[in-house]
Ligand binder design. Sequence first.
Ligand code: SF4
Ligand code: SF4
Length: 507
Amino acid sequence: MIDELSHILWSSPTLRPESDCACAEETGSPVMLCSSPGQIMDSDCACVEAEALSESVWRSSTTPDCDCACAEALPASALALAPNLWQLPETLYRASLQQHQTLVFNPTGRGVIAALDASALARLECFARPQTLTDAMDRQLAMLGLISPLDAPVEFPAPQTLTAWLHLTEACNLRCTYCYVHQGPRAMDEAVGIAAVEAVFRSAVAHGYRAVKLKYAGGEPTLVWPLVPFLHRYAQDLAAGTGLDLRATLLSNGTRLTGSMLDWLAGNNLRLMVSLDGIGVGHDVQRPFADGRGSFDSMARNLDLALAADVALYLSVTVTGRNVAGLADTVRFALERDLAFHLNFSRAPEDVAQVQNPAEQARWIEGLRAAFAVASTYPGRRIDALLDLATFTAPHTYPCGAGRNYLVVDPAGRIAHCQMRLEASVTDVWTDDPLAAIRAENTSFSNPPVDTKPTCRTCLWRHVCAGGCPLLMCNTVSPYCSLYRALLPEMLYLEGLRLLKATGSAA
Ligand code: SF4
Ligand code: SF4
């Protein structure tokens, strides 16, 4: 049975007598199976955003977070069906599936992954020669973003959300092997916290944003718990006063969550992102307590409490050379609990260095492939938005919002581009417009659009991964480029097979 929220099945009941193309010779009703855009997962960076996805077409397009500086996307040109000529997009991706179906995906389209039978594909290919829309199927191809208006440049809408990482404390009760945060005793006090929230709203209003997203982070933010509800109440007041939407996520290692914290998160619609790196010892080797004990058991116990409390829960998995072999089990753990999750590539220098080695790359690919194979067996879950900063759902030109629509505030109120660059602050919360200051300082930090990156600008996947984390650009290309190139086509193929299976069309 088709899950109505994640698929549509379209079948043209008529032939096309008025067409002057070769497809007029096709017999039978063209059939097109489509997987609608999915969710953009939260990660601990400035995540990809997909809020521009049109709800007039897709009813399921909610937008989870990531733990980075989320990017935003969707070509505005795709939203209107202009009465002019339409054409095949230059970068349309096609691959053979089972049962004479062809997988089709437009990397600059609307995030739709489609399986077309021979008749539907023939009609689609007719648009190699620009022409007008002549019937319902043509309009459907246009609505799904599988064909584009002639000569219309791909445009990416401006972000609507200003995101801020509030680094509430430097302290943590864990000693994760890949952690990039300086640990220390400093914590934000209430006065700095209030100034930080005010600064975020001040810049949001000044730059015309419609929403503010706060990430309560650290260190481990539950160590300074009363500060979270205190600041969030203040942010709620500012949101009400300014008319801006407010969204918020607590980024936690999950070991210190209590029933009252979870009830408060659920009652105030905060998302909870918990880090999970493996099952049992697979988690413990990367995420031990300060005294060396493993943290899996207490974290997993609290996940169950969070589920029982109905908290909007997401798992953030940091992939390293140490846990990549166990990723399939980690993904299964998440899916068995129906939890959303995201796979982040480690930013630790040793992982980044090791993954340059072809043998190590092959090991990562094998581990990730096994994880996707597990994911593909779960119905109702699109194979997407799982791989660090890459998503089919939301074509994007910047990998993250750092330097554009992202502020990172340290415990002293200093503001930096990225949580990995806390020590390189460029302004503070007492500045009139900290976002303007962050944008103006582009010598110490650079986040260029992918179309300007020499190694990426002609790549088919450039609007799917956008070149990866800007801080990791070694020798001008992402150290994870080979993984993107190897796995993105495989993910599309798996999604195509899942689509056939969900609609009873698989072999
Ligand atoms: S620069 Fe890299 S680490 Fe920083 S927010 Fe962007 S993707 Fe995340
Ligand atoms: S990082 Fe690699 S896969 Fe991504 S756009 Fe650049 S060249 Fe393409």
